[in-house]
Design a binder for this molecule. Structure first.
Ligand code: GLU
Ligand code: ZN
Length: 282
């Protein structure tokens, strides 16, 4: 039975901000952190900071320190939870369980090969065309492991997830296809790590930008497959610049650290973002 989803209301409210230390925080990150923080405080809950430093050499410890300074500068208070680099064994165990059930398959394709195949099929969004599902690859080659969306759906049956703003959303894996859960170079992908971490941290309300909306279909599926508690979600609208471009993508938008070091008042900036967020209505 997929609906209603496992209730989280009997658990205390826990939100989180989960930045990856591979680049500085910008205004969009600040908004995400503020929303997660304010929702937790308004509901008498806890607000967690989790450093998503799974990305090996691309993760920089000194950036995580900058993040903490940025959040304090914005006037936020948080509890810090375990960083991803300390949780690799959990990811390995979960991936092994999914493999044992035949829900993952190895994929040796390079990004170039996938792009070429994706372009050939004319798909709007790049969806893995299933090459290695049809023809099992050479086991000697380095492989990523993908979730077989068809088998996953057969295993879970129809599922629903609940977004605070968008309402109940039926799970549809067709938008992302067979996503990678274990990377060639890492024991987990973003999808696997973030789902396990949110469960381990007792997160009951996943707050993040609407650019990650589609990922929640995958995360809800993983929760069902791995028997994890089901949170609610809150995907907030992204800040746009005057030209309608995502602010996060605009190079000219200065990093929070830069504004902080230039002496700007972070609490005032946070208030401005709260007002802007109210205007966006999300
Ligand atoms: N670490 C991810 C990022 O910085 C965010 C993960 C999430 O909020 O689910 O984009
Ligand atoms: Zn492949």
């Amino acid at each position: 039975m997929a609906w209603p989803p496992a209730m989280t209301e009997d658990r205390p409210l826990v939100t989180r901000f989960a930045p990856s230390p591979n680049g500085p925080l910008h205004l969009g990150h600040a908004l995400s952190a503020i929303i997660a923080h304010d929702l937790a405080k308004a509901g008498g809950g806890r607000f967690l900071l989790r450093i998503e430093d799974i990305d090996g050499p691309r993760s920089r410890r000194e950036l995580a320190d900058e993040f903490r300074r940025d959040l304090a500068w914005l006037g936020l208070e948080w509890e810090e939870t375990a960083a991803q680099s300390t949780r690799l064994a959990t990811y390995v165990a979960a991936a092994a369980a999914l493999k044992a059930r035949g829900l993952l398959y190895p994929c040796t394709c390079t990004r170039k090969q996938i792009e070429a195949a994706g372009a050939a099929s004319g798909a709007e969004r790049l969806i893995y065309p299933g090459t290695c599902k049809r023809i099992p690859p050479d086991p000697a080659l380095p492989a990523a492991w993908r979730l077989d969306a068809g088998r996953a759906l057969a295993a879970t049956g129809p599922l629903v997830w609940e977004d605070d703003l968008a309402g109940p959303i039926p799970v549809d894996l067709s938008g992302l296809g067979d996503v990678v859960l274990v990377r060639k170079d890492l024991p987990a992908s973003y999808h696997l790590a973030v789902t396990l971490d949110d469960a381990a941290d007792g997160v009951t309300l996943v707050t993040r930008g609407a650019d990650l909306f589609a990922a929640s279909h995958v995360h809800r599926t993983l929760q069902a497959l791995l028997d994890l508690p089901v949170p609610r979600w809150h995907h907030h609208a992204l800040l746009m610049d005057d030209t309608g471009q995502k602010l996060a993508k605009r190079r000219s938008s200065p990093a929070l650290a830069e504004r902080r070091l230039a002496g700007e008042n972070g609490r005032m900036l946070a208030e401005q973002l709260r007002l802007q967020h109210l205007r966006l209505g999300t």
